[in-house]
Design a protein around this ligand. Sequence first.
Ligand SMILES: CC(=O)N[C@H]1[C@@H](OP(=O)(O)OP(=O)(O)OC[C@H]2O[C@@H](n3ccc(=O)[nH]c3=O)[C@H](O)[C@@H]2O)O[C@H](CO)[C@@H](O)[C@@H]1O[C@H](C)C(=O)N[C@@H](C)C(=O)N[C@H](CCC(=O)O)C(=O)O
Ligand SMILES: Nc1ncnc2c1ncn2[C@@H]1O[C@H](COP(=O)(O)OP(=O)(O)OP(=O)(O)O)[C@@H](O)[C@H]1O
Length: 495
Amino acid sequence: MKLQELASALLITHIHGNADTEITGIEADSRKIKPGDLFLCIPGLTVDGHDYAPKAIALGASALVTERVLDLAVPQLVVKDARYAMAALSAHFYGYPSKELKLIGITGTNGKTTSTYLLEQILRDQGFTTGLMGTIQMKIGDAYFEMERTTQESVDLQRSFRSMCEVGTDYCIMEVSSHALELGRVKGIHFHSGIFTNLSQDHLDYHKTMEAYAAAKGLLFSRLGNGFSGNSKDRQYAILNADDAASATFERLTSAQVITYGIEQPCDVRATDIRITAKGTAFKLVSFAGEMFFRMKLVGKFNVYNALGSIAAALAEGISLEAIRESLESIAVVDGRMEVVDEGQDYLVLVDYAHTPDGLENALSTVREFAEGKVITVFGCGGDRDRTKRPMMGKVTASYSDYLYVTSDNPRTENPDAILQDIVPGLAEVNYPENNYELIPDRKKAIQKAIDGAGPKDVILIAGKGHETYQDIMGVKHDFDDRLVAKAAIKGRMQ
Ligand SMILES: CC(=O)N[C@H]1[C@@H](OP(=O)(O)OP(=O)(O)OC[C@H]2O[C@@H](n3ccc(=O)[nH]c3=O)[C@H](O)[C@@H]2O)O[C@H](CO)[C@@H](O)[C@@H]1O[C@H](C)C(=O)N[C@@H](C)C(=O)N[C@H](CCC(=O)O)C(=O)O
Ligand SMILES: Nc1ncnc2c1ncn2[C@@H]1O[C@H](COP(=O)(O)OP(=O)(O)OP(=O)(O)O)[C@@H](O)[C@H]1O
């Protein structure tokens, strides 16, 4: 594509340099430049992409997008906001692929990953070709890719959507993080529907206030507005959790058709008569499409919410309640979410990704409902992330646990002992007895100790890492998988 053609996406008519320069790719990271690429100079939060322009040119970049003219011998598109330009240009370069897919975005503090898998399963069982994007992985056709972030940068998103179109994808289900919404990563993307799971404290290191965090989430719904999805005449849906106060605001922001789901408040898709055991969840579904009993293998009331959001989205696509039930009942586990580590021991070991105060509260209140013995929790808090969450997470775990092992969870560049000390005031807040907890920064030792000390029928919840297979210490990712560590410890104890 010629540079001039690309510039038309931004209504730019003046180009510094040769407007006929051929652009064969588009990239915002100098380390990934290939000859012929347009390099976007993004002023970041840590470094300025303009500083990497010479490196990009040395690797073959044929033109630049800049926020100021650089004294470099390649054509330049000078823009006011390079991030915005990145979103608009990459959508244009890849031919607006999101208009060729039915894209369902899922946002909220907790439950995004789980919900993507539930909805994906329902749609696949109907014979649709699905793509998926989220924290654990991206799926394009039959290929799987590991993800660096929950929601990619706009260039990578558009590229991925184009690849999905090429393999005949009908639906893409993607997690949309608040960072992505705030940083404009999803600008210029046509969403068919949006699902909101819930809102509770997280990521305040970035958003600073809950109001700003909520406003970022709301951007998904304010964009779902014109009643039509891309070029097609399909109706857009905003699927909102009626039990979360933020939904009322999102409902006001959107002009898409709203479908509400929940347990407590009157709504369109509602679960009643909920039963929760260590083996799964049962509930009666009452909806505009009829009533039906569901029996899922997924554990926890929060998974009823995740199921309800997916049921509402699937009903909006015209899928029958019977078919939805069959799909949901076939799902055994979502990677690292309430995953049971079973070596035949007489106590229950669960690995769960809960890493927010609300996520922990949901996971632990569920465990409390079925635990016949003591509840023992192993958990920690991430380094270089929202510090105000730490005492809150301490308070929540203490409120629901009989014994606690406070340990490390990706300390990153922080001192692990200092993070543990930030959690302790939360325990004190609920007068948690000092001899009911131990601070063990070494996560492997903490898990081993929890398992060695468990009695018959006790439940050990190992929270925070879920599917993750590393521990980030000083920016280095060391192999670490809670499930493997727990398995080895259980076997070790049996010998
Ligand atoms: C807060 C945030 O999201 N920051 C993202 C942002 O960083 P930044 O603006 O500081 O960028 P930067 O690192 O200063 O770089 C500026 C520019 O220079 C370029 N550069 C940089 C170095 C170089 O050698 N060459 C080069 O070209 C970069 O590609 C970039 O275009 O742009 C970078 C480039 O795309 C991202 O890597 C970075 O994500 C960081 C790693 C991150 O941790 N993001 C997390 C917080 C995040 O996005 N999380 C959400 C939510 C997860 C959840 O819900 O739990 C997610 O969607 O994953
Ligand atoms: N609907 C929900 N409400 C509250 N907590 C939930 C819900 N669903 C899952 N959780 C808890 O949050 C944890 C993370 O779930 P999941 O990975 O689905 O969320 P997520 O929104 O994708 O998280 P992240 O943005 O950090 O990747 C689970 O392990 C569980 O403990």
